[in-house]
Design a protein around this ligand. Structure first.
Ligand SMILES: [Zn+2]
Ligand SMILES: [Zn+2]
Length: 134
């Protein structure tokens, strides 16, 4: 079974085959910078599990020069994080926020937990609003 994903502006669309090999939250500082959020939500799949449907030429890749393996990829138009091949070429990392439907899987762990942002809260008692809270 496949589900689809896309960027914010819709120029890029892809399909990814389920199930994921791994599905995790990553709290490392690089993922926080890349996503602007307290953690990335990354689905890991084999390279042949990803199919580009539209706009692959609009994907901009960035290999962090000071890192052994960290990369990011995003839409050249809207900046939304997009799937990327690891530098080893062995895995594809899919930013789960770009998925357009529910994979019926949930992240199984928090990676780089010790690097989490000091302001990150996993307090289940945080108030929950169905609309904007500001
Ligand atoms: Zn876009
Ligand atoms: Zn990370």
């Amino acid at each position: 079974m496949e589900i689809q994903g896309s960027c914010l502006c819709g120029a890029i669309r892809y399909a990814v085959r389920l199930p994921f090999d791994k599905f995790l939250y990553c709290h490392c500082s690089r993922c926080r910078k890349t996503t602007g959020t307290p953690h990335a939500s990354n689905a890991i799949v084999a390279p042949d599990a990803l199919r580009w449907l539209a706009g692959q030429q609009n994907v901009q890749r960035y290999d962090l020069p000071t890192a052994r393996s960290f990369s990011s990829a995003f839409c050249k138009t809207c900046g939304a994080p997009m799937p990327r091949l690891t530098r080893s070429g062995k895995r594809v990392i899919v930013p789960a926020g770009s998925l357009d439907s529910d994979p019926d899987e949930k992240p199984a762990c928090h990676a780089h937990w010790a690097s989490r942002a000091g302001w990150y809260s996993d307090d289940p008692a945080l108030p929950k609003f169905d609309g904007d809270a500001f």
